[in-house]
Design a protein around this ligand. Structure first.
Ligand SMILES: [Zn+2]
Length: 456
């Protein structure tokens, strides 16, 4: 449990509605509180109490009134490749292998560098902060650059350093990647906002020998391990033919599937796979829009929930989405679950909202605690202004948040008590600069493909 804050109260927020999503509350924090205040102390939540009492208890603080706004925990985007934001919309409506082999991999081969990852990650973080995302998990080359950008831009991050058997722009071998990950971990181990994790790319790009080494190293470190698992039926069929067991079973035999393990996608899962994940207390990251766009398959979220498996949400990279909007992801997850399970009651709005907040917080780490508004938890918050006609009338706030159009209604965002978005604008960030950087990269990428066409 979180320890009480040592800092004095320094911010008093008076929203119209406060949605705590506090799992200890009798209603799991899903009923909005009215006329309540949130009190912050440094990077943490100090108190939640009626506004009248707050004015008496904290007379030295000037309240920040959030009229017509709902204040809730910031969203957690638990899987993505921020650098790939520069490939947004580059090659759409293509099958997975054509998309990868003819577009993404050649473009990565030509352009991936520290500068590319820096520009792409800066753009991604700006987009995420503006839509209320306070924490993101990333798996991409040059994780030290991603960590640096997260640190500079003031967002919380779980950096999953990419572990791949073959040489790539970041590492000459899997051993090299494992060494670099440990060095990065040393650098960030005391950082309150940026955490390191292992990101073995996928069962088909990482050998048993590499995974054994990773496990040996992680016996002491106990870092999270995030991996693309069972993304497509082809991946599972091929591996089962080669090994006699499916990829998840193989990973379990190695000892990788435990409480630190996060399986991204899992569009293919037998009842035995689901039970295995539940038994090992492993978690799943569901990326519904990316799965739909690449026709990868459908994750059985409802069955995972029924088995007690924690499922959080991710957008995946902007190249296969094409945005990093967790509100849209919640909506898609809730709608898709109804179609997959042929049950309109599957994945209700409240569960979708919990996936993007509470479950994301659980997937992150234990310190500091995030994803709920509760005393001692991190002051990672977002508020949305519900004063547009498409919000009226509000019968059920959580339904409105999940089934309505929400990304553009985010008004204020705090990470660790620092305000990062104020009145819909990024604090201290020049969007013009980000736009010109993105346009310059677009032109360079375009030139590559034009010259390839001319050579052909
Ligand atoms: Zn991915």
């Amino acid at each position: 449990m979180p320890k009480p804050s040592n800092s004095p109260a320094d911010q008093l927020l008076f929203p119209e509605w406060l949605l705590t999503l506090d799992t200890l509350a009798t209603d799991s924090g899903l009923q909005p509180l009215e006329n309540h205040a949130l009190v912050l102390a440094g990077s943490e939540i100090l108190d939640i109490l009626p506004q009248k009492q707050a004015q008496v208890a904290y007379p030295h603080l000037q309240p920040q009134y959030l009229d017509n706004q709902v204040l809730l925990p910031g969203l957690h985007n638990m899987h993505g490749h921020a650098g790939m934001t520069l490939f947004r919309g580059m090659a759409d409506d293509l099958p997975l292998m054509t998309w990868l082999e003819e577009h993404i991999w050649p473009a990565e081969g030509q352009h991936i560098s520290e500068d590319f990852v820096r520009a792409g990650t800066r753009l991604a973080v700006a987009e995420m902060l503006l839509n209320g995302t306070t924490c993101f998990s990333d798996m991409y080359f040059f994780p030290e650059v991603v960590a640096q950008v997260a640190e500079e831009m003031g967002i919380r991050a779980l950096i999953c350093a990419p572990i791949i058997d073959f040489p790539n722009p970041w590492s000459s071998s899997a051993d090299d990647a494992l060494e670099k990950t440990q060095a990065l971990y040393q650098q960030y181990q005391d950082n309150p906002r940026v955490k390191l994790a292992f990101g073995p790319h996928a069962p088909y790009t990482v050998s048993d020998a590499t995974l054994q080494k990773l496990l040996d190293i992680n016996r002491d470190l106990q870092l999270k391990v995030q991996m693309h698992v069972h993304e497509t039926a082809f991946e599972v069929t091929q591996a089962t033919e080669d090994n006699g067991i499916n990829p998840l079973q193989r990973l379990d035999q190695l000892g990788l599937v435990d409480a630190n393990f996060q399986a991204v996608h899992l569009t293919q899962a037998t009842p035995e796979d689901i039970q295995l994940l539940a038994d090992r207390q492993a978690s799943v990251v569901h990326c519904p829009q990316s799965n739909l766009k690449l026709a990868s398959g459908f994750c059985a979220v409802e069955a995972l929930h029924q088995a007690g498996v924690s499922v959080s949400l991710g957008t995946d990279g902007a190249a296969s989405n094409n945005d990093l909007d967790l509100w849209a992801e919640m909506q898609t997850a809730a709608l898709l679950a109804k179609a997959v399970h042929q049950d309109a009651a599957a994945l209700p709005a409240t569960a979708a909202l919990q996936m993007a907040t509470v479950e994301g917080g659980k997937a992150l780490s234990n310190s500091p605690f995030t994803g709920q508004l509760r005393k001692g938890f991190a002051a990672d918050l977002c508020s949305l202004k519900l004063d547009a006609p498409d919000c009226w009338p509000i019968h059920h706030l959580t339904s409105q948040l999940v089934y309505g159009r929400m990304g553009d209604k985010v008004t204020n965002v705090w990470v660790a008590g620092q305000q990062r978005v104020k009145d819909g604008k990024l604090c201290g960030l020049d969007l013009k600069l980000l736009k010109s950087e993105a346009t310059a990269w677009r032109n360079r990428i375009k030139e590559t493909f034009q010259s390839q066409d001319a050579d052909a």
